[in-house]
Design a protein around this ligand. Structure first.
Ligand code: PLP
Length: 437
């Protein structure tokens, strides 16, 4: 019996699958049950920033397991405190405290709850083309089609358009124009919804799985100013981009702004043990110094998870991972992916930053019609299935999301593995070219 059939899998049609079974990993590679090594160009779901089996993280978990595996969240814990110290140390100015959760979606739920309690207001603004998680509030905040099946329209969420020049909602022809128009639109939304009804605005400072969208210069500053002017809590969702992925500790650092709450997970410990959290700004923290925070989690600040974060952040400092991520973008992935555009008519756009890139595939460069429609399965998804198969047969694990190929290897990937991965993408994209109109 195939044991995989006993597992209920998130997001996909259930049923027998023909997929490799992974049993091991090392650095940028995962190893299947037949001993075949795949180069991981996905960092799984963009979380193994330090690759697989990083010795320092593994040692930190083992050492903590030998000492104290678990502890209730109300007790003081040395390793939890040390993890908080290391996180606060690299965080933007003024974010001095950490609420630990066991993942990203939970952290979003808490950030929104904190903002509502702090302001006494109900609504939250979120961008179209965003992903904030799949629990009730976080899936409603999500601004892409992953929300549709779960949307009851009842979470107090209002969506707005963020800047996205390739598919501009504002007919812009330059990043400057897109920035100005997106901010004017956002201000209109705030004024028409009523600032006194809006608790928070949540934003991925670089959009991750909904399209790898880097905002134009000035946009994050403009959002920060609008939030400050109207007493709205600015929540940065850095779950995917935080802890170095974009070539800065946090993506908000590129815009030199500090949010009021910052949500993280994934890269904080390369996902070795489930961990997420909310960095809480000082004025909001004060709200709860004379009033109990009315929520919690049994495993908040789990010692094994915190130990893995201590190991991971220590390694990131010592190995210069943030600078390596920036170089990965400017010297390797950026130029390498841009070069593919000339070879492949199916490529509509290449964009990204640091260790996070996307190749957007279209049927027609003029109309920009996506190569496969939203939610495509079976025959409708044939182009992406053919591309994926071509990658796997060449021992590359790609990250395909709808009509886009996201390129996000471990930030520790070496130049020769990165070049191998780019060469395989080049070959596999030929399969997708067959479907261009
Ligand atoms: N927010 C962003 C930007 C994400 O990328 C994700 C997950 O991919 C989440 C929230 C949800 O995190 P989790 O899957 O850990 O619940």
């Amino acid at each position: 019996m195939d044991l995989d059939e006993l597992v209920f899998h998130p997001w996909v049609v259930q049923g027998p699958r023909t997929v490799p079974t992974f049993v091991g990993g090392s650095g940028s590679h995962v190893i299947d049950a037949d001993g075949r090594r795949y180069l991981d160009f996905s960092s799984q779901l963009v979380f193994t920033s330090l690759g697989h089996q990083h010795p320092r993280i593994v040692a930190a978990i083992k050492e903590q397991a030998d000492r104290l595996c678990t502890l209730a969240p109300g007790h003081a814990s040395d390793v939890r405190g040390e993890a908080a110290r290391l996180i606060v140390d690299v965080a933007p100015e003024g974010l001095g405290h950490v609420l630990f959760t066991t993942g990203g979606s939970e952290a979003i739920e808490h950030a929104v709850r904190i903002a509502r309690l702090h302001t006494g207001r109900p609504k939250v603004l979120a961008a179209y083309r965003s992903y904030h998680g799949s629990t009730t509030t976080s899936i409603h905040l999500t601004g892409d089609p992953r929300r549709w099946a779960s949307d009851t329209g009842a979470a107090g969420v209002v969506h707005f358009f963020g800047p996205f020049l390739y598919r501009s909602a504002f007919d812009s022809s330059s990043p400057e124009e897109e920035c100005e128009r997106a901010l004017a639109h956002l201000e209109q939304v705030i004024l028409l919804e009523g600032p006194s009804t809006i608790a928070a605005l949540i934003l991925e400072p670089v959009t991750g799985s909904s399209g790898v969208i880097v905002p134009p210069a000035g946009y994050l500053r403009g959002v920060r100013d609008l939030c400050t002017r109207h007493g709205i809590v600015f929540i940065a969702d850095e779950i995917l981009v935080g802890f170095g992925r974009t070539g800065a500790w946090f993506a908000v650092d590129h815009g030199e702004v500090a949010p009021d709450l910052l949500v993280f997970a994934k890269g904080v410990n390369s996902g070795y043990v489930p961990l997420g959290g909310v960095l809480v700004g000082d004025p909001i923290f004060e709200t709860f110094t004379h009033r109990a925070y009315p929520a919690g989690l049994t495993y908040s600040g789990h010692p094994l998870a915190c130990a893995s974060a201590v190991g991971a952040i220590g390694a990131m400092h010592d190995e210069g991972i943030v600078a390596a991520a920036a170089r990965l973008g400017t010297d390797i992935l950026g130029p390498g992916l841009t070069k593919l555009v000339d070879n492949h008519p199916c490529i509509g756009d290449v964009r990204g930053i640091g260790g996070l890139w996307t190749v957007e595939l279209v049927r027609d460069r003029q109309t920009k019609e996506p190569l496969v429609p939203v939610g495509a399965t079976g025959e409708a998804n044939a182009p992406m299935a053919a591309f994926t198969k071509a990658c796997l047969s060449r021992d590359l694990l790609p990250l395909v999301l709808g009509h886009r190929i996201h390129v996000a290897p471990p930030l520790t990937v070496d130049d020769s593995d990165a070049a191998t991965g780019l060469a395989i993408l080049d070959e596999a994209l030929t399969e997708a070219d067959e479907f261009v109109a």
